[in-house]
Ligand binder design. Structure first.
Ligand code: PMP
Length: 390
């Protein structure tokens, strides 16, 4: 039956991990996938997660199905974390929230809901470049995907002028998605309002940029305070290290509790045939952490620790590249925030790094800073320097 099915290409990000695993050299480094690694390059389970799991084991809960929209204690706490406890629509019970299968699932529910109910258009504008899975998620949700300029390869930084121009030129009433927008939201908020664009935020790294979850939620909260009725995808993969537990949330800010109830009912109708109801364990872990002051406090400390380690790697890398007289300008490494860095390395350079130095990253030169540590960063900097010198 499947003789006409052609072989597909490997996944752009997960394919990097495959190549890394097959490499036997002890110096090998995987900077492809965005998963935090500790100072010794090992996966890291947060202390607050271990404590929450101990509490859960002791409570011996059942394994019954969750409601379609997930664990109520979790969705409530997730919304509070994103929007802030003094958020007007949250206090007014006007935010429709559902648990999701991590950030990817949240984006997919959002795409499907927009495809079915957004009254004006089926087009979504994504930043270029964006996380590699954004386009397939929204395309498979039935939306037409277009791009707006976001990142300038020449300056290796945000192309704010290009971004403004493209959004200003977008037809009215289109939806647009943002990475965890730490850009200049005041001006952007005005453009989005003027153009009647619909803002869809993807907040997959809350806490990772600055070390503070509330500082990283600034753009979301600012937009909401300006009256935007946003869509929001949240992930607890990175900030709680719950990658494989698949914990996330999707929410829509609505006008009032009556509209929220109608939106809730349609979210359930979107989700039920997709996966019926979400997984239990990870949501229990996250809601235990978010709901207990002692664990919440420990979590904040642990998020800050992860963010600080990444920031210190940025400084170390920039300094090492400069010290090695690497041609080019490397300040963008410390200017960029979050888990990733667009190095500006070209595709041939990334290929050379894989073949000669056993260093793996996506072909667009994006590296996960969390894969660097004091044991491998100097080898990495030397290898990059050599690759750039050619
Ligand atoms: N959005 C962005 C920008 C991401 O980088 C990621 C993961 N790398 C996600 C969403 C979703 O990840 P997950 O489904 O694991 O939460």
């Amino acid at each position: 039956a499947w003789s006409a099915v052609p072989a597909g290409p490997p996944d752009a990000i997960l394919g990097v991990t495959e190549a890394f695993k097959a490499d036997k050299d002890p110096r090998k480094i995987n900077l492809g996938v965005g998963a935090y690694r500790d100072e010794h390059g090992k996966p890291y389970v947060l202390g607050c997660v271990k404590k929450a799991e101990d509490i859960l084991v002791a409570a011996d809960p059942d394994k019954e199905y969750l409601p379609i929209t997930g664990l109520p204690a979790f969705t409530k706490a997730a919304a509070k974390l994103a929007y802030g406890e003094d958020s007007a629509p949250l206090l007014n019970n006007a935010v429709s929230v559902t648990q999701s299968i991590s950030g990817t699932g949240a984006l997919r529910i959002g795409g499907a809901f927009l495809g079915r109910w957004y009254p004006h258009s089926k087009t979504i504008y994504l930043p270029v470049p964006s996380w590699g899975n954004h386009t397939p998620i929204f395309r498979d949700s039935g939306l037409e995907v277009k791009g707006y300029r976001y990142f300038d390869k020449k300056t290796v930084g945000l192309d704010f002028e290009g971004m403004k121009e493209d959004l200003k030129n977008a037809p009215e009433n289109r939806s647009s998605s943002y990475m965890h927008a730490h850009t200049t939201p005041r001006e952007l908020s005005d453009i989005i309002k003027e153009k009647k664009l619909f803002p869809f935020f993807d907040m997959a790294y809350q806490g990772f940029a600055s070390g503070s979850t509330s500082d990283d939620a600034f753009a979301v909260r600012h937009f909401v305070s300006q009256g935007h009725r946003i869509a929001l995808a949240q992930s607890f993969a990175k900030n709680m290290g719950l990658y494989g537990e698949r914990v996330g949330a999707f929410s829509l800010v609505t006008t009032d509790p009556e509209e929220r109830a109608r939106v809730d009912s349609q979210l359930k109708i979107v989700i039920r045939p997709m996966y019926s109801n979400p997984p239990l364990h990870g949501a229990r872990i996250a809601s235990t952490i978010l709901g207990r002051p002692d664990l919440y406090h420990q979590w904040e400390t642990e998020v800050k620790h992860m963010a600080d380690r990444i920031i210190s790697m940025r400084h170390h890398l920039r300094d090492a590249l400069v010290l090695l007289d690497t041609p080019g300008e490397w300040d963008h490494i410390t200017r960029q925030i979050g888990m990733f860095s667009f190095t500006g390395l070209t595709q041939p350079q990334t290929k050379t790094l894989a073949e000669k130095a056993h260093i793996y990253m996506t072909a667009d030169g994006r590296i996960s800073m969390a894969g660097l540590n004091s044991a491998n960063i100097d080898y990495f900097a030397e290898s990059v320097s050599n690759a750039v010198k050619g």
